[in-house]
Design a protein around this ligand. Structure first.
Ligand code: DGL
Length: 283
């Protein structure tokens, strides 16, 4: 089988790159839904339908395991698809398939705790709060997934999400660096005003933002640690494959890149995400 990696566009290539580096002999198929990107301003139902279509396409292409390298799809659609669609689809395909996201690995990295760990709620007063900022699309921020899941595990971490409405779109559209920098400074300033002080740590909760990590770092106080989703996801998927030998990731080292958008050689931005020129095939 191959491992499928799905994103609304090219942002997921940052996660894909880390997965390929970690599992060099595995076979991978990356699918970018560029015809419908960005997802961040869409309704929940649209995000569920588009994510399901992406997973179906990857299963059809021979993947048994699909990773949603997209916070918006993972936070809005993953649980719903796992509960309502995947069991029946698995039966229809007649083989064990699964879909995983990037939120769980990110929360494990942010809390330093395994996902299964849920803290016992205690009434003790927390002396020192660790303030964690999450920059994301509006749909991810609306889902409150980071607030809810981190609060279940760590009473000493306070999470504040800042929705960055057009940032993924502007990154996907290869907007000039000065415009991206100005937008990012505005989002960091807005979050800082809302909290009353800068966050102690930050999650770039949209895979598109990884390429602008330097701009976030420059806008935040010097030395603010950033939690990186690509490395956290690669760690988690490696552990998952060890626990689930039924998902054998292939050994041909093949890489196929599909897009619902414009196939063919991609622009310089794709090259920056991936580190080398890429040619996409039609999905
Ligand atoms: N890169 C995706 C994410 O992590 C989606 C951005 C979008 O399509 O709005 O949220």
């Amino acid at each position: 089988m191959a491992i499928g990696v799905f994103d609304s566009g090219i942002g997921g290539l940052s996660v894909h790159h880390a997965l390929v580096a970690r599992l060099p002999s595995a076979d991978f198929i990356y699918l970018a839904d560029q015809a419908m990107t960005p997802y961040g301003g869409r309704t929940g139902q649209e995000i569920v339908d588009l994510t399901r279509a992406g997973c179906e396409r990857l299963f059809e292409a021979g993947c048994d395991l699909v990773i949603l390298a997209c916070n918006t799809a993972a936070s809005v659609a993953l649980r719903r698809l796992q509960q309502t669609w995947l069991p029946g689809h698995r039966r229809a395909l007649g083989r064990p398939v699964n879909v995983l996201g990037i939120i769980v690995p990110t929360i494990e990295a942010a809390t330093g705790l395994p996902w299964e760990h849920e803290a016992e709620r205690r009434g003790d007063k927390v002396e020192q709060l660790d303030v964690l900022g999450v920059f994301s699309t509006p749909a991810t921020a609306r889902s409150r997934v980071y607030e809810i899941e981190i609060d279940k595990r760590r009473q000493d971490v306070a999470v504040f999400s800042e929705a960055c409405p057009n940032l993924a779109h502007d990154i996907e559209a290869d907007a000039p660096e000065a415009a991206l920098r100005e937008a990012i400074e505005g989002h960091v300033a807005a979050l800082t005003r809302r909290i009353g002080r800068p966050p102690d740590r930050a999650i770039l909760g949209c895979t598109h933002y990884e390429i602008t990590a330097g701009m976030f770092r420059a806008a935040l106080p010097p030395g603010t640690p950033l939690i990186h989703q690509p490395g956290a996801t690669a760690d988690a998927i490696e552990r998952y494959l060890t626990r689930h030998p039924e998902f054998e990731p292939g050994d041909g080292g093949t890489r196929l890149f599909l897009t619902t958008g414009r196939p063919g050689p991609q622009n310089g931005l794709v090259e920056r995400f991936w580190g080398a020129p890429l040619v996409f095939d039609p999905a």
